[in-house]
Design a binder for this molecule. Structure first.
Ligand code: GMT
Length: 380
């Protein structure tokens, strides 16, 4: 199959899922064409089946807001026509689903009917999409897609309750390439971070409000009252300064390190004992799955799709959003006993295995076939 993938090429979860999916499809013999405004972060190697088409936006003094969606639609028309693609898979509804709709209409004038699959990732529905500024366009373009997937049942339900969606939405969860995450602990790194053999806690995110990074610091301070530990804060974003200030205010700076954006997250996770994700809203929680794939249990909120991943009392714990004391107590319970920690670690890994790329990839392939057949039936 020849598949076009549209995504945000940055570090965000939707871009990671799209890129890893494309790599997996290419390894399975499909020809995959990425169409984005810059090279996706994890696509930095050569493969015979992988192609990258850059969307360039020409500047013009009149454009206070350069029309990226139009440039993307034009590029999609070009790539579908000349590479003879069988299907377009767009990740994140805004503006990719509407650009795909526009491209589809234009392609029909050339006698080409291109099936479009849209994957909803989370904030495209729960935050930005709900906003009246975008809602009508999001609703329309979801309904115009030939196939729609959501990364959790919770996100599917959220979509159905906030948009007038008449399309069937297929739930296909996030996945993980376990081979990448099965690393031996990087002992030199562990020694440098925790020279006194302290427990190591990790949080990774884009430090946006929805991630509640201050809660991570507050929970950490409470855990520290009971257990010797260190905290690694990975990633960057608008709330990082607040989190750093809070560390100063709470006097925990010496035990918290802000590492900024990191490519090799698996190396950091390989030395971790606990992962924290206290998000306000989280459609799936890919970062938590990455931690679990490194045998790291998770203390998370029970928001959104997190209960579909983290199993309360087994792979970690789920608490109400903002329940600092309870999150800290649960973390201490996991960390205070070596045997208990080991049991949580192996349960986390076992759960992660249920989301292995090898299991989820065929679900996407099957879904593509279904959508293509459906579109062909309509044409006949
Ligand atoms: O977590 C983010 O804010 C980034 C965002 C994205 O679209 O890049 O992540 C969303 O998509 C991920 C991949 O499907 C999900 O695992 C994340 O849970 C989801 N984030 C939110 O819902 C906040």
């Amino acid at each position: 199959m020849k598949i076009g993938i549209v995504c945000y090429p940055t570090f965000g979860g939707s871009g990671v899922v799209a890129t890893e999916l494309g790599k997996g499809l290419a390894a399975n013999g499909h020809q995959v064409h990425f169409i984005t405004y810059s090279q996706p972060a994890r696509l930095d190697f050569f493969s015979a089946n992988l192609f990258y088409h850059e969307v360039s936006i020409s500047k013009y003094p009149l454009f206070d807001f350069p029309p990226y969606e139009l440039a993307l639609a034009s590029k999609l028309v070009d790539v579908v026509r000349f590479e003879k693609l069988d299907l377009l898979h767009v990740h994140y509804a805004i503006p990719h689903a509407s650009a795909a709709f526009m491209a589809k209409q234009i392609l029909e004038s050339y006698g080409i009917r291109i099936p479009v699959v849209t994957t909803l990732h989370g904030t495209d529905i729960t935050l930005v999409g709900k906003d009246p500024t975008y809602n009508p366009v999001v609703t329309f373009s979801i309904n115009q897609s030939d196939g729609v997937t959501a990364v959790s049942t919770n996100l599917k339900e959220d979509t159905l309750s906030h948009f007038e969606v008449i399309k069937d939405i297929r739930v296909i969860p996030n996945f993980i390439d376990l081979t990448r995450f099965r690393l031996k602990p990087r002992e030199h790194f562990k020694k440098a971070i925790a020279p006194g053999d302290e427990r190591i806690l990790v949080h990774t995110s884009n430090f946006r409000r929805v991630k509640r990074t201050s809660d991570v610091i507050k929970v950490f301070q409470k855990i520290q009252e009971k257990i010797k530990c260190k905290l690694l804060m990975v990633g960057d974003g608008p709330d990082r300064v607040n989190a750093e200030q809070l560390c100063r205010d709470l006097g925990v700076c010496n035990d918290v390190r802000f590492l900024g954006k990191q490519d090799a997250i698996e190396e950091i996770l390989s030395v971790a004992d606990l992962f924290m994700m206290p998000s306000e809203s989280e459609s799936f929680g890919l970062a938590a799955l990455e931690a679990m794939a490194c045998s790291v249990p998770v203390i998370s909120s029970n928001a959104g799709g997190l209960p579909e991943l983290n199993i309360d009392g087994k792979t970690g714990f789920l608490d109400d959003v903002g329940a600092i004391d309870s999150m800290a107590a649960h973390a201490v319970y996991i960390l205070e006993d070596d045997e208990r920690l080991a049991a949580f670690k192996s349960a986390a890994l076992a759960r992660a295995k249920e989301f292995d790329l090898g299991l989820i990839l065929p679900i996407y392939e099957q879904y593509y076939q279904e959508v293509i057949s459906l579109v062909n039936e309509k044409v006949l």
